[in-house]
Design a protein around this ligand. Structure first.
Ligand SMILES: Nc1nc2c(ncn2[C@@H]2O[C@H](COP(=O)(O)OP(=O)(O)OP(=O)(O)O)[C@@H](O)[C@H]2O)c(=O)[nH]1
Ligand SMILES: [Mg+2]
Length: 426
């Protein structure tokens, strides 16, 4: 059996934790007290997304749903930095749109060649070699690494094609694709022959070509799930132009104008934006039309709406060239294929700051640690003013400063939080 076509998947990714810094002191024969030489922890690995042109479905994600990058190693003595955790590169087909599972906001659109860092690894903790100061010559502390990030995302494939073929089943969409490109979709005289989208490249003339997508046929009620439903329309979402194929032969006893309007209604149900996409109409199977009433009625109807109409016999290769030339002509004036802009806004995580933090005291340095502080810090972007203010607010609200006061902290003392140190000011 052919591999199933999977175009939507939900996965969880986790970047690596940073390694811990080391507490160590330089030791050498005949040297009495060496300085601190504990190395830093390694960085946790990132989760990276990368387009792989050979992939055409999201099938791999049906079987594997959890992706974890490597943790950074702990630092050791002699100023040795721990090894960085290995990045994990996740390959996705071109056109994969990544959304936040909770808010549905777009995180990135993988249609280009640039890799995207979906989750950043935690920073490694500093070894005690960093903490020697004139007043603090024997720092007996080092820092833990920061944890990695966990993210739940929905991957959704939206193919990249310039032109999309839409229409009822069995009207000849796949036949048309097979005639104008090298694609070899399945063609047969029954409904729902096409079960997943096919892409083909149409070479019009030197320097002029476009990508044509054939999707499964639509029927009335597709938006309520009739037939194969309208889910496959997501693959023509980005198309710059639609070619609406209508059977004008009357061979199935259908009325072309009614069919045309039924499909337009389904498009509108899926998305009004898609329904208003530029459209060319092709009246197919003209070779077996018993009379031309249906064909002429559709032509008049469509042209009345200001759209171009082409008479076609895809199977006999008649009218196909004219249709492709018209499509190429129209594409010249249309904007490029849609790339979705990110809409995702990073929100501060909910951090419960009620658990007391551990506070240790060495000379003028106050070393503060605890699980929620780690989490808070790995989610704070210290280069960003708002993020930093949020961090400061959380610390204040947690009662940390009050406790430090009670324990006797003085102005100018150092507060040491993982990879952050600052002078205390009341
Ligand atoms: N006589 C005639 N038959 C055609 C023409 N175009 C397609 N056909 C036939 O119509 C049948 C359906 O063609 P397909 O290309 O599979 O139709 P489709 O629109 O892709 O159908 P689904 O994939 O089921 O939506 C096949 O038997 C084709 O040979 C045409 O121009 N003239
Ligand atoms: Mg087909």
């Amino acid at each position: 059996m052919a591999a199933p076509f999977v175009d939507k998947a939900k996965i969880t990714v986790r970047s690596g934790n940073g390694g811990n810094g080391a507490v160590a002191f330089h030791r050498e024969k005949y040297v009495a007290a060496g300085g601190p030489d504990g190395g830093d922890g390694g960085r946790g690995g990132d989760i990276i997304l990368q387009v792989d042109g050979h992939l055409s479905t999201l099938m791999d994600f049906r079987y594997k749903r959890k992706y974890t990058a490597g943790n950074g190693m702990d630092g050791t003595g002699k100023r040795c930095t721990g090894k960085d955790g290995a990045d994990l590169v996740i390959k996705v087909p071109r056109g994969t749109v990544v959304r936040d599972a909770e808010t549905n906001e777009i995180i990135c659109d993988m249609s280009g060649t640039e890799p995207f860092v979906l989750a950043k690894g935690g920073k490694g903790g500093w070894g005690n070699k960093h903490f020697a100061t004139p007043t603090r010559q024997v720092p007996n502390f080092a820092k833990s690494g920061l944890p990695g990030q966990t993210r739940e995302v929905v991957l959704e494939l939206k193919l990249l094609a310039d032109v999309g073929l839409v229409g009822f089943p069995n009207v000849g969409k796949s036949t048309l694709l097979s005639v104008v490109s090298k694609a070899q979709p399945k063609i047969a005289n029954y409904h729902f022959t096409t079960l997943f989208p096919n892409l083909g490249v149409v070479y019009v003339e030197e320097g002029v070509s476009f990508v044509l997508a054939d999707i499964p046929g639509l029927i009335e009620g597709a938006s309520e799930g009739a037939g194969l439903g309208h889910d496959f329309l997501r693959h023509v979402d980005r198309c710059r132009l639609l070619i609406h194929v209508v059977d004008v032969s009357g061979s199935e006893g259908r009325d072309p104008v009614a069919d045309f309007e039924a499909i337009r209604a389904e498009l509108a149900d899926y998305s009004p934006e898609l329904a208003s996409r530029p459209m060319i109409v092709a009246g197919n199977k003209a070779d077996i039309a018993e009379d031309r009433t249906g064909l002429e009625a559709l032509k008049a109807h469509v042209e009345g709406l200001g759209m171009e109409f082409f008479e076609l016999s895809a199977a006999a290769h008649q009218g196909t060239r004219e249709l492709m030339l018209a499509a190429a002509r129209k594409l010249r004036d249309l904007p490029p294929i849609t790339v979705y802009e990110p809409t995702f806004v990073e929100r501060p995580p909910e951090v419960d700051t009620s658990a007391p933090l551990e506070i240790a005291h060495e000379d003028d340095t106050w070393i503060v640690e605890g699980p929620w502080l780690q989490r808070l810090m790995s989610n704070t972007n210290f280069d960003d003013f708002e993020s930093r203010s949020w961090f400061d607010r959380m610390l204040r609200q947690s009662g940390l400063y009050d406790r430090l006061e009670e324990m006797g902290i003085q102005d100018g003392d150092i507060v040491s939080l993982y990879n952050l140190e600052f002078e205390y000011q009341k």
